[in-house]
Design a protein around this ligand. Sequence first.
Ligand code: CO
Length: 467
Amino acid sequence: MKNKKVNITEVVLRDGQQSLIATRMRLSDMTPILSKLDNIGFSSLEMWGGATYDCCLRFLNEDPWERLKVIKSNVIKTKLQMLLRGKNLVGYKKYDDTVTDLFIKKSSENGIDIFRIFDALNDINNIIHSIECANKYNANSQGTISYTTSPIHNEKYWLKLAKDIEDAGAKSLGIKDMAGLLKPKTAYELIKKLKKNLNIPIHLHTHATTGLSDATNFKAYEAGVDNIDTSISSFSNLYAHTATESLISMIYDDNDNPFDMNELAEISDYFQNIRNKYSQYEGSMKGVDIKMLINQVPGGMLSILEKQLLDLNKSDKLDDLVKEIPRIRKDVGYIPLVTPASQIIGAQALLNILDNERYKNLNKEFIDLVKGDYGKIPGDVDKALLKIVDAKSYDQTIESKSVDQARLDFKDFCKENNLENLHKSDTDLLNFILFTKESKDFYTKSSVVSMNDLIELQEGFGIYMSD
Ligand code: CO
């Protein structure tokens, strides 16, 4: 069987380094290799997203917009791609449509060509506006499925969601399997059907966590998928992705390979040296994490919870915790474990275990999630849990700052800090709206790392970003 060519997106600059070294790679470690990456012939380079944006301001003392501009100026031929959390943009709460519009406008102006837009709940209403904005600013709007497995997430569910995404005007469809749950045969069947029912190109993004990704990507290729995400070999596998060179070798013979394997080897060597510099941020997993297939708990999520239990001297509770997460997930209608839902459910599971009683105490975010403030829940919420939430919840208005209000605050902030030239820039304003505290530190600092930063740094905060 001879398939047509499949496009490849290289993810080392975003998800590869996010999955393996907690998103700590600095721009200065990327720039020397950008023109080589640009010359390979990738369909796009994924290089920006929620965790990269967050870590730039929180840990690296970098302006994320500067990173975008520098990468754009070095990458001439290849499209740049970012991951966007729908209404949550690159943050953790819902933002006004005006903020979304401004964010996508500035991102597009500064170089993003493809916006991969997803929602943790797969609520189409949380991604429609971002799709429209990307279209408005002539970018490729990639409406995305957050893949998971559960009694309600069947082929029919995915086909309907994919059709809704196409009908919403998306220019391409992304299948985002952040936990490596998509099995090869399922991928083959799903993509065959999607190709039959949809007119837009289909992109597959899966992780190697469970050891399935090589086979899944290859079966997806056989089913006619249009684009596959991979990470250069020295930043591949474990929590990350199939190696770029491996996938290319599976697809092409030596005599028809359009990719220069020697150039790829040089790029891999370059990144191997970079990876060594960040070894303190590596996760503990050595091979594959098969627990994912049983409990659906992403490896990164598990390692941070493990650390939290250890700090509390409650390591003996780990088994209970691992079992509690899928129970909660069932209670809340099988929400996929992806940012921000994975953090919210993980925190509630920890509370339930430490209290020795389910739902004795509730996180505010968990209440919001159950009440539907994050969007429509895919399945049914457990009735007993709904009762508890109603009894415990309080009157709360979702904090939704209008741009005008933020602009006002920003102006005050600039004045107070003798930074009055800043409030003229829309990208500075966006930093301030999206990461207020981190931006305050960033614009006024001092590159001194605070005590809190050090604690979060040790806990591998970035690894926990399960997207
Ligand atoms: Co990913």
